[in-house]
Design a protein around this ligand. Structure first.
Ligand code: BG6
Length: 299
């Protein structure tokens, strides 16, 4: 009965031909968006964008064929919303509870240009004892690009501290033929085999082993050059001082139950957020906005 009520409420937000609803993996509710340029899929579980594809292009976002779709598991691939912390925290879910929470779809809008925007809200009691005393919204706009915005408003009388990251998995043709530009000269934490403080020396970063790096105090755009697919992806961001690069490579892929052993060849994570020393401290009454715009073009 509860399920039926939820779906009736969702149906009121449908926009024929533009916003529809389906049962996705594991029967989890899925928002399906179609625009003249593209298609996108968003799970309410985690406010998780699980697909974005422009007409005539391979999928921009990568999804693992081994992803689990269950209430108590994060989805593997797409764009996990890491909030209100990033990484591990003893006794608590890795990367925060936002990606394990069922968000509420509160608004769907058809834009004058034919694009679509949807707004999701995290329930106020999400996280239980660790609940955030504020209003947390995720706004996704779909047209010839994908725009995602995580907005946090501090509604309490004390400052609100949190980390946040849009942990974006991109499809690539072959990780051996990929380079990432835009981070030269940026200080980073290299998390492979310990935590090492380094400065990026390369114009074009290439991948030949496990890569797990948190670039700090960097607000610029990053580009992914994919020689095999003949595609350039541009990750533009605002309200973000950290960029994370991740590819698990061989051993770590094998160790993850929800990640195929060979899947690391076809993905790279370029994540935009505010983590570690870039964590946000929000004064009472203030709102922060972490915004990422993903463009792609043939090259
Ligand atoms: C990256 C982290 O952002 O996410 C890695 O830097 C981590 O250390 C990876 O392994 C995946 O995390 P999870 O919790 O989704 O397996």
């Amino acid at each position: 009965m509860k399920q039926k009520l939820v779906s009736e409420k969702l149906q009121q937000l449908a926009i024929p031909g533009r916003v529809e609803f389906a049962n996705g993996g594991g029967g989890l509710p899925l928002v399906k968006i179609t625009t003249p340029w593209s298609a996108a899929e968003i799970y309410l579980h985690g406010a998780h964008v699980a697909g974005f594809q422009k007409n005539g292009e391979p999928p921009l976002l990568w999804m693992s064929a081994a992803s689990q779709f269950a209430a108590n598991k994060p989805i593997r691939g797409g764009v996990p919303v890491c909030f209100p912390w990033f990484g591990g925290r003893e006794g608590l879910p890795a990367h925060g509870f936002a990606r394990l929470t069922d968000w509420e779809l509160v608004e769907t809008t058809m834009l004058p240009d034919g694009g679509v925007s949807v707004r999701l809200q995290m329930p106020e009691n999400a996280g239980g004892a660790n609940a955030v005393r504020g209003k947390v919204e995720f706004i996704v706009t779909v047209n010839d690009k994908l725009t995602m915005e995580l907005k946090v408003a501090n509604t309490a009388a004390e400052p609100l501290n949190f980390e946040e990251c849009l942990h974006t998995y991109f499809t690539v043709g072959d990780i051996n033929d990929v380079s990432v530009t835009g981070l030269k000269g940026v200080a980073f934490l290299d998390k492979v085999g310990g935590t090492f403080h380094k400065v990026e020396a390369d114009d074009a970063i290439r991948f030949s082993a496990e890569t797990d790096r948190v670039y700090l105090d960097t607000t610029g755009a990053v580009e992914i050059h994919d020689a095999k697919l003949g595609r350039k992806i541009r990750v533009e961001k605002s309200g973000s001082a950290s960029t994370v690069l991740w590819n698990p490579w061989v051993a770590k892929s094998k160790a993850m139950p929800d990640f195929g052993d060979e899947e690391f060849h076809r993905m790279v994570c370029v994540e935009s957020g505010n983590v570690g020393q870039n964590k946000i401290t929000l004064a009472p009454g203030k709102t922060s906005a972490l915004k990422v715009v993903l463009h792609s073009q043939s090259c």
